[in-house]
Design a protein around this ligand. Structure first.
Ligand code: AHG
Ligand code: MN
Ligand code: MN
Length: 337
């Protein structure tokens, strides 16, 4: 090989990576579903980077099933993901934050074996102020092949996930995912339109640096949660880790920073809102799966988030997620009260 053909680092596209990590028995459907999601990510990224320019700013004027005002990008992201997947014969049903009921596969197309759950646009209140937002997804297998395509396929615990990931639309666009063999991050090169492997084998580093929580809700938390947060920043004494606080208000962005720098994100239950805010199926469970794959942990305060089976699509759960020992410390504080 001539000198100018030698690269100091091997360039790994997401396509090459997914193919090289596909198990021998895989039929290709699962691999292709991950490509579909990467494609959707590129299309959504293309819109988010122009959000301040195009006429897509502002809300559509209707509210979603959680009673929150939908932004136009939510609608675009939701439709893009659905339409890129609905006809592929890879998925039998989908569920999205933006729809009260399951999303069925149109009758003219075949139903596949996989189930896709997603939060198309996470952190949507940050769109209009040009702050990082994201997409979160999880993939299950249908529970009963003969009757595939029902809500039961979506109502599975996180410990049944085959894959999960998120896309972060930040200073660059990143896709971070796991199929149960570690967590890998890809950065979009906007000039060639390709995701390139930039963060192989991500693990929560030690020592952790940050904690992330909406302090404005402090007075609504239980005593145990308040004490845990005091402990995090050094106001409790003992073996406190004296972390700095960072809070964006976009779960994907807060989670991503803590994954790369070490730390903990929490959205606890509140006095009049014991389930907190974060949705179990398409927010908490996929991030819990990634955290576990990166050496971390996610708890609702008393139990592993991965072990909670949702009773309905939009069920909420308190969540504490990050470096394992920090999350276990939260459980300790919560148990004491
Ligand atoms: P979404 O935009 O998908 O509805 O999610 C918003 C969530 C999540 O991204 C973030 O962690 C949380 O809302 C922030 O809530 P607060 O504004 O109450 O802190
Ligand atoms: Mn969200
Ligand atoms: Mn959302």
């Amino acid at each position: 090989m001539t000198n100018d053909m030698k690269f100091t680092r091997k360039i790994v596209t997401i396509e090459r990576f997914i193919l090289e990590h596909q198990p021998d028995y895989a039929r290709g459907d699962f691999t292709n579903l991950l490509y579909d999601i990467a494609m959707a990510a590129k299309m959504i990224a293309n819109k988010t980077t122009r959000a301040g320019l195009a006429d897509i700013l502002g809300s559509v004027g209707n509210t979603n099933v959680q009673g929150e005002e939908q932004q136009r990008l939510d609608v675009y992201a939701d439709k893009t993901i659905y339409r890129l997947v609905d006809h592929t014969n890879r998925v039998c049903v989908m569920a999205s934050e933006e729809h009260e009921d399951i999303l069925e596969i149109p009758p003219e197309f075949q139903k596949g074996r996989y189930v896709l759950v997603y939060d198309p646009l996470d952190g949507s209140s940050n769109i209009d102020v040009n702050i990082s937002i994201g997409t979160i997804f999880g993939v299950f297998k249908c529970v009963d092949w003969a009757r595939r395509g029902r809500v039961e396929d979506c109502l599975q615990a996180g410990n049944q996930l085959l894959a999960a990931g998120y896309v972060l639309y930040g200073s660059s666009t990143m896709l971070v995912y796991s199929t149960g063999q570690g967590v890998h991050g890809f950065t979009l090169d906007p000039h060639i339109g390709e995701f390139l492997l930039s963060h192989p084998n991500i693990r929560f580093p030690e020592p952790p640096q940050y904690y992330s929580v909406n302090h404005g809700n402090f007075s609504k938390w239980s005593g145990g949660t308040q004490d845990f947060v005091r402990w995090l920043h050094g106001g409790y004494g003992g073996d406190d880790p004296q972390l700095s606080e960072r809070y964006i208000g976009s779960l994907v962005a807060d989670f991503h920073r803590n994954l790369l720098r070490g730390g903990v994100f929490l959205y606890p239950g509140e006095e009049n809102k014991p389930e907190g805010k974060i949705r179990l199926l398409y927010e908490a469970a996929p991030l819990a799966f990634l955290a576990q794959q990166a050496g971390g942990f996610a708890s609702n305060g008393t139990e592993n988030v991965m072990d909670i089976t949702p009773q309905n699509l939009h069920q909420r759960t308190p969540i504490i997620v990050g470096n394992r020992w920090l999350v276990q410390k939260a459980e300790e504080f919560i148990r004491q009260t």
